[in-house]
Design a protein around this ligand. Structure first.
Ligand code: GLN
Length: 493
């Protein structure tokens, strides 16, 4: 029998259904793998009992001849941004350390209802702010990948770096991620796995720690396109508790998957040929075009003229929303409270926030407060909102010429942890190709394409029309079938 930890969602679910192994055996195998991978620091909290209890429920349901749900028997990792009842939900911050919510987020509840169990809460960049998983209060996450001939610890990407590290290291078959401006796609690309951010509103934000509410979207991270289709189906759905939740049925993405792209037009945006993009990435983009053509698609050149303004606009809008969302952490209601002797209320707010937030989070709050202040609101925030509209309009115009867009996910492969420490602007550039789809609320996916000359994974990005996750997944499958990416990192942890 193949090692259980090499299996993904579909193989586990089908194997449990067929009786090839029990859900408990699967949960035990992943619990062990997760407990023995401390060197990656992918998990903040392990919850082996949650995984075992869910598995036992599935094994019992199967013995009773009951219908098994789409994620039955699959233990997953949960990004520590989703509220999980009774289990610490920290957003990788000190200010929420020890906070155990008395409620469950809609996305995690949907997954449990679909038969999944939880291996633990995954590390991330603090409050999902970052591109390298170096801003967590609980320490950096290491990628299981290394450059050939080097022992340097590499970044798993961010903010969903615990998720990408765990899934690529095969200590979890799949994990949740969230994507505000690239945090599912960039870490997926860095670690050779798949990740899809659905159309804004597909997954409920209720119970997910808010970063930038008009951008935040949850999505699955897994090792195959099929697994992403299954897991997204389980996560998504209308939720009356989230005012921006889409009131639409969840399609059967898994059932409708097809790698035949006949009749599809794939747009290649000329503005994504940016300075600083590595040759290996540009080559993989060319290869991606050839693969999609081979799958029956027609390749067309398109223009997204406002692309270069997307990243600066994002770094105004996201911090603005963050500064407002993070105002709630004040020492009164959740987590940390710093109350020095004789301190008044204002002192308590200030001391708690000073001690509880990391440097990057403070930087975002300061930027956000500045761009929303009376004197600068028009010059920055309003201007950025206008740019956002123009970026969205670029895509609307592109859809007149194509059905999908193919682009690189990131301008470079992963980099060593610590190498961009004092360079937030270069760090922000990681998301230059990811942010436009976020601003426009579009579904977008990263699929592994190849390894670069250093042996590091590279991803290709597919962006679709609103609500058309199906075409994104289909084209992802066409790439997956042709790329034959079956590389796994060599175990050193
Ligand atoms: N890296 C981007 C940022 O730091 C995106 C983060 C995200 O998508 N959560 O804001």
């Amino acid at each position: 029998m193949t090692e259980l930890t090499n299996l993904g969602i579909k193989a586990i679910r089908d194997g449990v259904r067929e009786g090839d192994f029990t859900a408990r055996e699967v949960a035990e195998a992943f619990n062990d793998a997760a407990a023995n991978a401390k060197a990656l620091n992918a998990f903040i909290t392990l919850t082996p009992d949650h995984a075992l209890a869910a598995a036992d429920a599935i094994d019992a349901a199967r013995a009773d001849g009951g219908d098994l749900k789409p994620m039955a028997g699959v233990p997953i990792g949960m990004k520590d941004l989703f509220a999980t009842k009774g289990v610490q939900t920290s957003a990788a911050s000190h200010i929420l350390e020890g906070f155990a919510p008395p409620y469950e987020s809609t996305v995690s509840q949907n997954l449990w209802d679909a038969g999944a169990g939880m291996l633990g809460k995954l590390n991330l960049d603090q409050f999902a702010m970052g591109s390298s998983n170096e801003t967590s209060h609980f320490g950096n996450v290491a990628s299981p990948w290394r450059r050939e001939g080097s022992n340097a610890s590499m970044s798993p990407g961010g903010s969903s770096g615990g998720s990408s590290s765990a899934v690529s290291a095969r200590i979890a078959p799949a994990a949740t991620g969230t994507d505000t401006g690239g945090s599912i796609r960039q870490p997926a690309a860095f670690t050779g796995i798949c990740g899809i951010k659905p159309t804004y509103g597909r997954c409920s934000r209720w119970g997910t720690v808010a970063f930038a509410s008009s951008l935040d979207q949850a999505g699955p991270m897994a090792r195959s396109v099929e697994d992403c289709a299954i897991m997204l189906g389980a996560m998504a759905g209308f939720d009356p508790k989230d005012a921006t939740s889409l009131k639409m049925d969840v399609p059967d993405w898994e059932g409708a998957l097809s790698a035949d792209l006949s009749g599809k037009r794939i747009g290649i945006p000329s503005e994504y040929r940016m300075e600083g993009t590595s040759d290996a990435i540009l080559d993989s983009w060319e290869q991606g075009k050839a693969w999609l053509k081979d799958a029956g698609a027609e390749i067309v050149d398109i223009s997204l003229p406002h692309t270069k303004y997307a990243l600066p606009a994002y770094y105004i809008i996201a911090p603005a929303e963050a500064s407002s969302n993070l105002a709630r952490y004040d020492g009164v209601r959740y987590g940390l409270r710093e109350l020095p002797d004789g301190a008044g209320l204002q002192d308590m707010y200030a001391e708690t926030r000073e001690a509880g937030f990391g440097e990057e989070v403070k930087r975002r709050i300061l930027i956000g407060t500045y761009v929303l202040s009376a004197g600068f609101y028009d010059a920055y925030y309003n201007q950025a909102q206008k740019v956002r509209t123009l970026v969205a309009r670029d895509f609307e115009q592109a859809w007149e010429r194509c059905d999908l867009i193919l682009a690189p996910t990131t301008p470079t492969a992963s980099f060593p942890l610590g190498s961009l420490d004092n360079d937030p602007l270069t760090m922000y550039l990681n998301d230059v190709f990811a942010v436009p789809a976020s601003l426009a609320g579009l579904p977008a996916m990263s699929v592994p394409a190849t390894l670069d000359p250093n042996g590091l994974p590279l991803g290709l990005q597919l962006v679709g029309k609103p609500f058309d996750e199906q075409s994104v997944l289909d084209a992802g499958l066409a790439i997956q079938n042709r790329a034959g990416f079956d590389h796994a990192p060599e175990k050193w942890w």
